[in-house]
Ligand binder design. Structure first.
Ligand code: MTE
Length: 329
């Protein structure tokens, strides 16, 4: 029972706080208690997992093979020439807490999300606020593919070809007002779909819906990608279909999935993990090997495909592009 405990305030699940060997062991403990089998934590919390868990996606490949192709050209300025993480590995190693605290069952559980049609709202300090279908929003915005490094705060990494468009293109279209200072992004809220959004036995204080935020300068940065595809096709649900954020120089939790709203504001928005544990998850969350997480080092990372341990790069290798954002005057 060493790793099974009720949390006083919000602390991250152990998987985010401990070496993999420890949280794998924790899963064993939950299994022994009958909490981590099909139904798992959700069932223990009295949640119905519904047909998706029972049916599951027939197999992992179905969640990404056969998805409509996007055929967006790869932007040579963002082609890292690094070996890509094989899709079948990236597609079953997911953090999507609306569905599960386990990485390996998100691809099954997220299958219940209906991602078309998808209403998207642009609000706040913009000239043209709007609520529209995502397909309409995408009309006239050219898509491109970019190969980015991705670094999770848990010290794992991958290399993924994302398809999308820089957020600044959307912001230019809606007209950002001069008093704008931040952008807030929000994920869908529907506990019948995101089965953990009701809270749960262990994590009763989760501040759903998941929110994230950027400064307006970060939002306007060329690297900041609103992403609708990966590996040449539309995003699979487990990666945050139909649209998510990718900010490759920040820890992965900033890359909010399945976004329904973008709000331009003059106040720093509250964000999911920062609300839960501000001492552990800052607002900026830039990848930095020299700033350890309070409970583990960030000096190294492990590639989820090769399992190789490699030194963490400042700003995840994007220092040249984003370093200027954080230079004090
Ligand atoms: N977005 C939402 N809405 N919910 C989440 O739980 N997890 C974050 C981020 N975006 C998360 C989210 C974390 S912790 C990580 S590391 C990445 O998504 C994982 O993205 P991936 O599963 O596509 O690799």
């Amino acid at each position: 029972m060493a790793n099974l405990r009720h949390r006083k305030n919000w602390e991250l699940p152990e998987r985010l706080a401990t070496p993999e060997s420890v949280f794998v062991n924790r899963r064993q403990v939950l299994k022994t208690l009958g909490l981590a089998t099909a139904g798992g934590i959700g069932a223990a919390a009295g949640l119905s997992l519904g047909p998706s868990r029972a049916r599951g996606a027939a197999n992992l490949d179905q969640t990404f093979k056969g998805l409509p192709a996007l055929n967006a050209p790869r932007n040579p300025a963002f082609d890292l020439k690094l070996p890509l993480t094989p899709e079948q590995i990236a597609a079953q190693y997911n953090n999507f807490y609306e569905f599960s605290t386990e990485k390996d069952d998100v691809w099954m559980l997220a299958d219940r999300m209906v991602t078309k049609p998808w209403k998207f709202e642009i609000a706040g300090l913009v000239d043209k606020p709007a609520v529209m279908d995502l397909d309409d929003l995408l009309k006239g915005i050219p898509l491109e593919e970019r190969v980015y490094r991705f670094r999770c705060v848990e010290a794992w990494s991958m290399v993924v070809p994302w398809t999308g468009f820089p957020m600044h293109k959307l912001l230019a279209r809606v007209g950002v007002r001069s008093d704008a200072k931040f952008v807030k992004l929000t994920t869908f809220m529907n506990p019948e779909v995101g089965i953990r959004q009701t809270g749960g036995l262990f994590f009763a204080q989760e501040p759903w819906p998941y929110t994230e935020g950027l400064t307006i300068e970060e939002a306007m940065h060329e690297l900041t990608l609103l992403t609708v595809g990966s590996y040449g096709h539309i995003l699979p649900k487990q990666h945050g279909a139909p649209m998510r954020l990718i900010t490759p120089w920040k820890y992965g939790y900033k890359s909010i999935k399945s976004v329904v709203k973008l709000e331009v504001t003059d106040k720093q928005p509250a964000t999911f993990w920062n609300t839960i544990a501000p001492q552990e998850y800052g607002f900026f969350s830039n990848v930095n090997p020299n700033v350890p997480h309070p409970r583990w080092s960030q000096a190294y990372e492990r590639n989820i495909a090769t399992r190789e341990r490699q030194p963490t790069l400042l700003y995840n290798g994007y220092a040249e592009q984003v370093g200027q954002l954080y230079k004090r005057a």
